[in-house]
Design a protein around this ligand. Structure first.
Ligand SMILES: NC(=O)c1ccc[n+]([C@@H]2O[C@H](COP(=O)([O-])OP(=O)(O)OC[C@H]3O[C@@H](n4cnc5c(N)ncnc54)[C@H](O)[C@@H]3O)[C@@H](O)[C@H]2O)c1
Ligand SMILES: O=C(O)[C@H](O)COP(=O)(O)O
Length: 390
């Protein structure tokens, strides 16, 4: 029986993927084989040695200490693109809220509840509505920083609305480049993008090079009156620098999914409670993808959408499967094969792949009589985890 421990509310559509005869899934599982979570922060959790995999039902893995887990041979997964449409739609809402008097207009209407005569109410509203006029998105320029799953959908949406789109992504993958519309203009650097855009939307992961990438220096380059939209992470912007740019009217509005104390009381900040991915569809997509990835990893050792391990998949053969991870240094695979030879174990098929400092291996072998093989592999220098699947 495999045990999966959950944090956060995970969609039942995902939890139902785990068959009850093979899996025990609960928020209080002890000695779990896998963790399934959303935004719960794992940095302060002591993780049982039983854990083989951590799956983030979502995109951002900044709540998971990935580097520490890599050293322990724990595979970390996310669910690329599974919530991208939900975020894209809220980006549109954010841009519309920043451009039209939608929120103040609705608030104003609710203050007129004591006018009981319909004709008088209509007359008052018509007389006052000029305070809530705005401008259109069509014809304006949107800059997108980060053109991955979300950024590329935001680009398509903006082009369909008649906006011009400028993008910046120095780490763009080939796959993401294929997805991108040829109408997206490429900015040479972030400053060039900031200088010419009426709206700028951030879609980068929270990693060392992106922390506070929107700081005082960057905002000094911004086109006056720009709207900054941040559905990525709070740490991508320096909140003090954003507040300062709003004070100086360099920024017209800051739209974000990550409220900060410094923004309270400001009418030029539209802050939402991290609900970019909070749609039934996104929650289901993420949970189902994460559950499938955990099951294929636990049952077959296959890896898809890991953020620290290489993608590896090998069809199952008769016999048994040995799976091990190791530091990516010479001789480890050779030493493991020597152990198998010493114990008279016949190899049927194998795959070895590396990613950065890590290597991952699947070896299918004829059924072994000797129970000490796994212990022997475990004691080889640089092997970080090993297991046997029957
Ligand atoms: N508000 C929410 O609820 C919500 C939901 C989903 C994702 N997110 C956030 O959005 C981020 C992006 O999600 P995604 O699904 O598009 O991820 P993704 O991995 O598909 O795309 C991220 C893109 O950012 C690019 N990038 C990396 N460093 C960069 C840099 N320094 N400058 C410019 N581009 C850079 C990458 O090359 C990649 O193309 C996530 O990491 C997460 O933090 C938030
Ligand atoms: O990175 C993500 O996928 C989002 O921030 C979603 O977070 P959530 O799963 O807590 O809604």
């Amino acid at each position: 029986m495999y045990k999966v421990k959950t944090f956060n509310l995970i969609s039942s559509k995902g939890l139902e993927r785990f068959s009850r005869d093979k899996y025990e899934v609960s928020s209080d599982a002890s000695q779990p084989h896998a963790i399934l979570l959303r935004s719960h922060k794992l940095h302060n959790e002591v993780l049982d040695n039983s854990v083989l995999a951590v799956a983030r039902a979502g995109a951002g893995v900044n709540n998971v200490p990935v580097a520490d887990y890599s050293k322990r041979g724990i595979a970390v997964f996310n669910t690329p693109g599974a919530n991208a449409n939900a975020v894209k739609e809220l980006v549109l809402a954010g841009m519309l809220l920043s451009s039209r008097g939608i929120k103040p207009g609705i608030d104003h209407v609710s203050t007129l509840h004591n006018i009981s005569d319909a004709a008088e109410l209509h007359k008052t509203l018509e007389a006052q509505k000029k305070q809530f006029s705005g401008s259109e998105l069509k014809g304006k320029t949107l800059g997108i920083i980060g053109l991955g799953a979300i950024g590329s959908l935001v680009a398509d949406m903006a082009l369909a609305l008649g906006m011009k789109v400028v993008g910046f992504d120095p780490a763009l993958s080939i796959e993401a480049a294929w997805r991108l519309s040829s109408e997206v203009q490429r900015a040479e650097n972030m400053h060039a993008l900031l200088a010419k855009c009426d709206y700028v939307s951030l879609h980068v992961p929270a990693i060392e090079p992106t922390i506070h990438m929107i700081n005082a220096d960057a905002l000094a380059q911004a086109k006056e009156g720009m709207v900054l939209v941040n559905f990525a992470r709070e740490s991508i912007v320096d909140p003090e620098a954003v507040a300062n740019a709003l004070d100086k009217r360099i920024l017209r509005t800051y739209v974000c999914d990550f409220p900060e104390p410094v923004f309270y009381g400001r009418e030029d900040v539209i802050a939402m409670p991290h609900i970019g991915a909070s749609t039934a569809e996104a929650e289901e997509n993420c949970a189902m993808m994460a559950a499938d990835q955990i099951m294929d990893f636990l049952e077959n050792g296959n890896i898809k959408n890991s953020v620290n391990f290489p993608n590896v998949a090998m069809a199952r053969e008769e016999g048994q499967r040995i799976i091990f991870a190791n530091e990516n240094v010479p001789k480890v695979l050779g030493n493991v094969l020597s152990v198998l030879a010493d114990h008279n174990v016949n190899v049927i098929d194998m795959v070895n792949k590396s990613r950065g400092d890590l290597a991952y291996n699947i070896i299918d072998v004829e059924k072994m009589e000797n129970g000490h093989v796994i212990d022997a592999i475990n004691s080889i220098e640089h092997v970080t985890s090993v297991r046997l699947i029957n």
